[in-house]
Design a protein around this ligand. Sequence first.
Ligand code: TMP
Length: 207
Amino acid sequence: MKGLFVTFEGIEGSGKSTQMKMLAAKLEELGKPSLLTREPGGPPIAESIRALLLDPGNKEMLRETELLLYSASRAQHTGQWILPALREGKIVLCDRYYDSTIAYQGAAREQNLDFIAVLTRFSTFNTVPDITFLFDLPVEEGFARIGHRQLDRLEQEDRSFHERVRQQYLLLAKEQPGRFVVLDATLSPMELHKLIINQVLTHRSLK
Ligand code: TMP
């Protein structure tokens, strides 16, 4: 039995985590348990890498180191959690995956996209999500939603950085319409939930 791998992407404050929780609760109710996880992070080794990546004190981190650490976290997470869960036929819901690397380390930090593609195939064991929900919304609105909480190292980047992230996501979605579902993240949580559950339950892998 093959599972279903669903990823959630978007700029900061796009509301993806809330929607993931709503989806996981609904799937549970329908008797389809899922693994709810996130990147960077997941298993303990990958969570330790997450702490390094997001620590606002790590101001000297080179963009090369950053790219390798996101990839290292992904390799551990994919090999230890995601692939075994998919092999058991589970639905895996992952908050961010390699599209984040293309958008943040590729477009926003201007690192080589061909190299990132090679690194991605290596660190994911060639795993590609079945569905990727892109929560699209204007950068200003995303930051307004975050409010005044303590920002992590990436969130502290300026508006133009996050605008490059947004535009790269939209480009990826345009290039891969079979995998991406672009959502207007300004819709109400219930409207978004309905769109998402419908896409997941009608996916060919669950038939
Ligand atoms: P989160 O705040 O959504 O948990 O994500 C952590 C931060 O890491 C967020 O600012 C996006 C960033 N990120 C990357 O830059 N590259 C990646 O590959 C991933 C997964 C996240």
